[in-house]
Design a protein around this ligand. Structure first.
Ligand SMILES: O=C(CO)[C@@H](O)[C@H](O)COP(=O)(O)O
Length: 218
């Protein structure tokens, strides 16, 4: 099965968000990836829960919310109530990753644990049974337009092996520097969902770009 595509609205045209969402949705992208940044865990600031509420009104796409915030427990209820379908929390952002994932599940939302490029896969082994998705960051989080880090492919492979060894079912998402070339190795390693920002929105023809990601992973 071709990889699921998750356009990142961080790279969309903020003055024409609805139009951009409709374009990628009609092109067959399954998820809408919404980055939330607090200016602490990562340097920049982006998208509060009100935006999630807004996106919920205009699309049926899976709302895939990536909390790049320190102590994400503070925001889980608000983002769940706003209509998030998946909420991702960083292993590095809380001393209580297990509790944070429990909170997401208790709110009736799919739970995702996220790891930075510098974080080892084995550190999240104790919580893998709780998650619906693992996001392996393929750049350091915080900004769009960075280069895919090839060393993260080995981590995707390691995670995919662990998943089958433990007999677990979860999606493996990649995020950062994804395009129709970099997606290939990640897909072969076991990635099932690809976030793409600048590749999809910065240049012409996002429809062709969604197709190219799917074609590259058949
Ligand atoms: O989480 C992030 C950035 O930290 C992303 O979701 C970016 O939006 C991906 O952008 P590109 O690397 O695809 O331009």
């Amino acid at each position: 099965m071709a990889i699921k595509v998750a356009p990142s609205v961080l790279a969309a045209d903020y003055m024409n968000l609805q139009k951009d969402v409709e374009i990628v949705s009609n092109a067959g992208a399954e998820y809408l990836h919404i980055d939330v940044m607090d200016g602490q865990f990562v340097p920049d600031i982006a998208y509060g829960a009100g935006w999630v509420k807004g996106f919920k009104k205009i699309t049926d796409m899976v709302l895939d919310v990536h909390l790049m915030v320190q102590n994400p427990e503070r925001f889980i209820e608000e983002f769940a109530n706003a209509g998030s379908d998946i909420i991702g929390v960083h292993y590095e952002a809380t001393p209580h990753i297990h509790r944070a994932l429990q909170m997401i599940k208790n709110a009736g939302v799919k739970a995702e644990v996220v790891i930075n490029p510098g974080t080892a896969v084995e550190l999240i082994k104790p919580v893998l049974h709780m998650v619906d998705q693992v996001l392996v960051m393929t750049v350091n989080p915080g900004f769009g337009g960075q280069k895919f880090l090839p060393e993260t492919v080995e981590k995707i492979k390691e995670l995919a092996e662990l998943k089958s060894e433990l007999g677990l079912e979860f999606d493996i998402e990649i995020d950062g520097g994804v395009n129709n070339e970099t997606v290939k190795a990640a897909y072969e390693a076991g990635a099932t969902v690809a976030v793409a920002g600048s590749y999809l929105f910065d240049k012409v023809d996002p429809v062709a770009k969604v197709n190219a990601l799917k074609e590259a992973t058949k």
